[in-house]
Ligand binder design. Structure first.
Ligand code: C2E
Ligand code: CA
Ligand code: CA
Length: 696
């Protein structure tokens, strides 16, 4: 949600400001243009009207004189008209000249013009001698370019005269124009050649007005333009600021988000694949602790620089949070991208002289085409965030190690996370409803095939998840701490079972219960165990405690203390999974244990070889020398049993004798004293397959 809000803010900054400025600029520019255009136009028309007025009046007067003369049949009429000193001619309705005084230099047909300042209309002829004055849309217009070429064509003499006259402030330019006056009740037209007279002052005023107007418009437009530009620059700055990460000086997460989606949305990218990478500088906090936060941030700055240099124009990199960066890289195939990220990590590792840093990367691959398809369906917006999250989830798998590495996201990971989620969701309820069951796996003496002990192993019959083997939930509980609940649950159930069987007169043997290492932080663990067993009223010799080797790592002293206390209370303590990878011999040296459980790994595959046999027999010997009993785990075949019997192994716990079984079946074994019946101890069918792959 936060991102969308940011996005909206961004959009507001981005779009509104620019479009607003641009629109304002255009509107003002257009208004200024129109205002100038129309004011100039009407000004000139006004000037034009007033310049025409004199000629118009003369022509009218001549028309009136003509009409009077015609009425009075005055032949001298033309002499009177001649006295005006103007050329004129009389034409009939068809435009045919019926009388003329002076040269008839009209051009084309008469045209009607409207005067700007009155509703009066006027008919005129253009004159042949000039071409810059013309009528268009009932308006008398001037073509400035034509004026210019007309003046150029003017003879030298004429130009000299004009110059001289202008200097004297006299009338200068006489522009001929024929004014048409209807006479004789409209039967004829009197066409009088009048002149528009332009003085030097007129020209100067025109020029000043035009220059002033041009300057005004220019200034106006320039001011608006500068404002628009500065607005855009400011907006750019704000946008940059909005997208800058204060720590790294590079791009921030918002930018990654928006640009990333922009890249994906582009149709032309549809054939491409991209990889979203979560890159983390691990132990950042430690680094800050050893140096300073400031030094840490400087390092982030450097990392960011390396990242931005390492990507191409179509790729993105940005700081996400703390010491994590997001990358969006072009993806060809897994090998290529792995090599590229490894190379990048290699460069980052040596960014600090004299210290090797570690970086981990999680990668999620996006198929742009399928994204676009998805987007069309549900308008999904948060793809980048989702993919980045997937990349983070992939990286989280590396988090247990301090080494650099690359991990890819896949659907299996989602399944695992979902599984983790549901296991955790049901864990409390499962304890409350007793969904966990205790299975017993008997331990036999290989020489006599007699029952000597058993190990309690947990099973989960979940109404929601079905039958779940411990390999699928114990590691989860070990991580989230719920394992202590489980251990208590198992211990109290086993103690109760044993007590009941003893009361019923069974020939009971010790049952071992697994206690997880997570428990050993509790100082009073031994007391807790004792109290729980005592609560059931079970004699202590019927309960054995199994500790895994890995537990011996943490706090040795506390561990030894707890073991001693347990032994003091009369519980046997065994070392589980001996030989499965930790420093076993060392632990043996320090821990006063009763039982050594040889890990099933010894009996897997091709261990029949001489070397395997030597290790097993020596381990048994070693245990004997330390006064410990031995249990061989995971023994499945008769040859192994015979071998172990020969070597003096005390007990065997394995499928050869029995699989883990429900309490009732185990009870049956105790009752009948069954020694060993192959394959009679079936667990639930759905578990069969799982048992085969159970981890030890
Ligand atoms: P573990 O404590 O080493 O238990 C022995 C495992 O080996 C059991 O797996 C058992 O079924 C299996 N196993 C025994 N004999 C054979 C054999 O001949 N062949 C094969 N392939 N497997 C054999 P299970 O019951 O699945 O338990 C797995 C692990 O889960 C246990 O390893 C133990 O670490 C843990 N676990 C089981 N129950 C509990 C419990 O109640 N509390 C705690 N803390 N951990 C438990
Ligand atoms: Ca065990
Ligand atoms: Ca074991």
């Amino acid at each position: 949600m936060k991102n969308l809000t940011n996005k909206q803010i961004y959009k507001r900054i981005k779009n509104k400001r620019i479009t607003g400025t641009v629109i304002l600029f255009l509107v003002v520019a257009v208004i200024a243009w129109f205002a100038a255009y129309y004011s100039v136009k009407y000004f000139f028309r006004y000037i034009g009207d007033s310049k025409l007025a004199a000629g118009k009046n003369t022509a009218k007067t001549m028309g009136e004189i003509y009409d009077e003369g015609v009425e009075e049949k005055d032949d001298k009429i033309y002499d009177i008209l001649d006295q005006f000193g103007l050329d004129y001619f009389l034409s009939d309705k068809d435009g045919k000249v019926v009388f003329s005084s002076g040269e008839v230099t009209v051009k084309g047909e008469p045209k009607e013009i409207e005067l700007a300042m009155s509703s009066e209309k006027l008919m005129i002829y253009e004159d042949k001698s000039i071409d810059f004055l013309y009528v268009e849309d009932n308006v008398l217009r001037v073509s400035f370019t034509k004026v210019y070429s007309w003046m150029n064509k003017m003879g030298e003499e004429e130009a000299d005269r004009l110059n001289e006259e202008m200097e004297n402030g006299e009338t200068t330019l006489d522009i001929p124009l024929w004014i048409v006056v209807p006479v004789n009740d409209g039967r004829y037209s009197l066409n009088v050649k009048t002149f528009i007279k332009l003085s030097e002052r007129d020209v100067v005023i025109f020029a000043i007005i035009i220059i002033a107007l041009a300057a005004f418009i220019f200034t106006l437009i320039t001011i608006i333009f500068i404002r628009a530009i500065s607005n855009i620059v400011r907006q750019r700055k704000i946008t940059n600021y909005f997208f800058t990460n204060v720590v790294t000086g590079g791009k921030n997460w918002m930018w990654f988000h928006i640009k990333g989606e922009e890249t994906l949305r582009r149709r032309k990218n549809a054939k491409n694949k991209y990889a979203v990478v979560n890159l983390s500088f691990i132990n950042y906090r430690k680094y800050c602790l050893c140096h300073s936060v400031e030094a840490g941030e400087k390092l982030l700055f450097k990392i960011n620089s390396v990242l931005s240099e390492s990507i191409n124009k179509k790729e993105l990199s940005a700081h996400n949070n703390a010491a994590e960066f997001g990358l969006m890289l072009q993806y060809e195939d897994k090998d290529e991208i792995t090599a590229r990220i490894k190379e990048l990590i290699g460069r980052l590792e040596s960014i600090e002289t004299g210290q090797k840093l570690a970086f981990q990367a999680g990668v999620a691959v996006i198929d742009v085409a399928s994204y676009l398809e998805r987007k069309q369906k549900d308008d999904s917006e948060l793809i980048i965030e989702d993919e980045y999250n997937n990349a983070c989830a992939a990286r989280a798998r590396l988090a247990e190690s301090d080494e650099s590495g690359v991990a890819f996201f896949d659907e299996k990971l989602v399944e695992e996370e979902k599984w983790l989620d549901s296991v955790q969701a049901f864990q409390d309820k499962a304890v409350k409803n007793e969904e966990f069951q205790v299975y017993y796996q008997p331990k036999y003496d290989p020489k006599t095939d007699e029952l000597r002990g058993a190990e309690a192993l947990i099973r989960w019959q979940s109404p929601e998840l079905g039958f779940v083997s411990p390999g699928k939930f114990i590691p989860i509980f070990e991580k989230n701490g719920f394992i202590t609940e489980i251990d208590h649950y198992m211990l109290s159930h086993v103690a109760k079972d044993q007590k009941r069987w003893l009361d019923q007169g069974y020939k009971c043997v010790p049952v071992s219960v697994n206690i997880s290492r997570a428990h050993f932080v509790e100082e009073d663990l031994a007391e807790q165990i004792r109290d729980m067993v005592d609560a059931a009223g079970t004699p202590h010799e019927y309960i054995e405690i199994e500790l895994t080797e890995s537990a011996f790592f943490d706090d040795k002293k506390a561990m030894i203390n707890t073991i001693n206390k347990l032994k003091g209370y009369g519980f046997a303590v065994s070392m589980d999974d001996f030989g499965s990878g930790y420093s076993s011999l060392n632990s043996l040296k320090d821990m006063p244990l009763d039982v050594l459980k040889l890990d099933a790994e010894f009996f897997r595959g091709d261990q029949q070889g001489d070397r395997g046999a030597i290790v097993v027999s020596e381990a048994i010997r070693l245990a004997k020398s330390l006064n410990m009993r031995t249990v061989a785990e995971g023994v499945e075949v008769k040859e192994q049993v015979n071998f172990l019997a020969g070597e003096g192994c005390d007990m065997i716990q394995g499928y050869y004798y029995a699989k883990p079984m429900p309490g009732a079946d185990y009870e049956e074994r105790m009752r009948t004293g069954v020694k060993h019946v192959e394959d009679k101890t079936e667990e639930k069918p759905e578990e069969k397959a799982k048992e085969k792959t159970a981890s030890v």
